[in-house]
Design a protein around this ligand. Structure first.
Ligand SMILES: Cc1cc2nc3c(=O)[nH]c(=O)nc-3n(C[C@H](O)[C@H](O)[C@H](O)COP(=O)(O)O)c2cc1C
Length: 169
């Protein structure tokens, strides 16, 4: 046993969940980013938490519009995750189109659902908490969509490696 830094220890945390967080601006133009630091926070009421770095465009959009969608990506979205996880919507026009993400209109919020995702959670902003170098956003889940034609959701194995979350792998 040896003492190591927290950052070093966290390089051993994989596999890690990855979700896509979709938001939009005042004109309804959508944006999406990859988020590894997320979790269900409560069933009753239904709350889902995501941790966002202070400079990402998504945080600005969620603060302005008070709405977002959390999508659990399925197999085949590996390159889309990499793209939206390494390019900011502040710098790229039509980020979702360039990433190749197919959108579907949501039922209750303006940001879109993603077609090739297993689960889409429509959320409104419940609260935000200062979490050091990140902001923890708590979303109240307003509607949930399951796409059972997507067989497996993807997990992040680090260093741009993704694999389906199935027990046999
Ligand atoms: C697999 C993966 C996981 C990521 N997890 C997070 C995360 O949990 N929180 C975060 O703030 N950024 C995370 N990022 C980085 C953001 O997705 C990235 O900064 C993105 O460009 C922000 O886009 P935006 O400025 O359009 O909102 C992750 C990136 C990847 C590839």
């Amino acid at each position: 046993m040896q003492m190591v830094s927290f950052e070093k220890a966290m390089t051993y945390r994989y596999p890690e969940s990855v979700v896509l967080v979709n938001s939009c601006d005042g004109q309804g133009k959508p944006n999406s980013m990859a988020v590894g630091w997320s979790t269900v926070a409560s069933y009753n009421p239904p709350l889902y938490a995501i941790c966002l770095n202070r400079t990402c465009y998504t945080l600005e959009l969620i603060r302005r519009q008070k709405q977002f969608v959390v999508s659990f990506p399925g197999v085949g979205l590996e390159q889309c995750i990499e793209y939206v996880g390494t390019h900011s919507g502040r710098d790229v026009c039509d980020k979702l189109d360039v990433a190749g993400l197919k959108v579907i209109e949501a039922a209750l919020v303006r940001p879109p659902l993603l077609a090739d995702c297993l689960i889409n959670l429509e959320c409104c902003l419940e609260s935000e908490t200062d979490a050091g170098d990140h902001i923890m956003i708590l979303g109240r889940v307003l509607a949930v969509h399951l796409n059972d034609s997507v067989p497996d959701r993807l997990m992040n194995f680090g260093e741009s490696r993704y694999a389906p979350a199935v027990a046999s792998r």
